[in-house]
Ligand binder design. Structure first.
Ligand code: IPM
Ligand code: MG
Length: 356
């Protein structure tokens, strides 16, 4: 099994190193090949997604990704910014289906900013489309405006679009996922304003007829943002486009107390995937050995399950993570009085010990 390991920037190298400890503890089964990505790759070779890194990702069975981005690259032209690495990987590899589970561990209920009764036992899944929408739509750019009130001034513009097959394929992913859960799909759009959303809703409604065993509802994105903090447990699977999914998945992640706990998977049509924590590169705490590696370790478990067919090993890792929480081990982001604070590396070691 060849795994492309792309640590990236900020806390990426530390959380990946802790995760590699866990994978290696499963025995000599993986051929882990590391390559630079994001700002690190730009520093090294002048591009955030160098051809050799892309080739490695294409040839691997799965990709384990850390995080990209740092303020020091903020002045680069957009095509050279670290974020282009993850967007490029998603596009080049056809990773259109993004799974972002938001699970509230009982031990961490107190870490949430919401009341325990609102988030205790929370287990929802955001399914975000990742290859389309305003993220990749053209035309886009900065031009001279033809606005009647402001003619000639500079204006930025982007294009939102979704075709029927694009909506249908992500819709199917969501319905299939719901079948293995509580059999509810909430499709989130802005159909009261946007044509793109109107078509999205039509396609989802039609698709729903193929999944009569799954309860389908529709919600406008502004209301969904509100319902997520008001009554998050009313959701099961939420399916939405790239831009709305970006925003709602951060909101859902934070409901659980720490974004440092949440894994994610981005899959292509054959279940080849890229696995990364839901959080970013956190340059402010990079190199301090304080970042929480559990989201990345749980992402590796998702990788074993979805792309490598190693369900038993995935469950072993997930049980080990549950065990370290029960043992009271915490990184600083989830620390509460009475628990034991560990560094990034030490948390990786604790998970390795909990495996056996
Ligand atoms: C995410 C991130 C990315 C996105 C950025 C880094 C381009 O926010 O994975 O949610 O917007 O998709
Ligand atoms: Mg995001």
């Amino acid at each position: 099994m060849k795994i492309a390991v792309l640590p990236g920037d900020g806390i990426g190298p530390e959380i990946i190193a802790a995760t590699v400890l866990v994978l290696q503890a499963l025995g000599p089964r993986f051929n882990l090949e590391t390559a630079p990505v994001g700002g690190a790759a730009y520093d090294f070779s002048g591009h955030p997604l160098p051809p050799a890194t892309l080739a490695l990702a294409q040839s691997a069975n799965a990709i384990l990704f850390g995080a990209v981005g740092d303020w020091k690259y903020d002045t680069l032209p957009r095509e050279l910014r670290p974020e282009q690495a993850i967007l490029g990987l998603r596009k080049h590899l056809g990773l259109f289906a993004n799974f972002r589970p938001a699970i509230c561990y009982p031990e961490l209920t107190a870490a949430s900013s919401l009341k325990p009764e609102i988030i205790g036992g929370l287990d929802i899944l955001i399914v975000r489309e990742l290859n389309g929408d305003i993220y990749f739509g053209s035309p886009r750019g900065i031009r001279h405006s033809e606005h009647p009130l402001f003619p000639g001034v500079r204006e930025g513009f982007d294009t939102m679009h979704y075709s029927e097959p694009e909506v249908e394929r992500i819709g199917r992913v969501a319905f299939e996922a719901a079948r293995k859960r509580s059999k509810k799909v909430c499709s989130v759009d802005k159909a009261n304003v946007l044509e793109t959303s109107q078509l999205w809703r039509e396609v989802m409604t039609r698709l729903g007829q193929d999944y009569a065993d799954v309860e389908l509802s529709h919600m406008y994105v502004d209301n969904a943002a509100m319902q997520l903090v008001k009554a998050p447990k009313a959701f099961d699977v939420v399916v939405t486009g790239n831009l709305f999914g970006d925003i709602l998945s951060d909101e859902a992640a934070m409901l659980t107390g720490s974004i440092g706990m949440l894994p994610s998977a981005s899959l292509d049509k054959n279940n080849k995937g890229l696995y990364e924590p839901s959080h970013g590169s956190a340059p402010d705490i990079a190199g301090k050995n304080i970042a929480n590696p559990l989201a990345t370790i749980l992402s590796a478990a998702m990788m074993l399950r979805y792309s490598l067919g190693m369900t038993a090993e995935a469950e072993r890792i997930e049980r080990a993570v549950q065990k370290v929480l029960t043992q009271g081990y915490r990184t600083v982001d989830i620390f509460t009085p009475g628990t034991t604070q560990l560094g990034t590396h030490e948390m990786g070691v604790a998970v390795v010990q909990a495996l056996s």
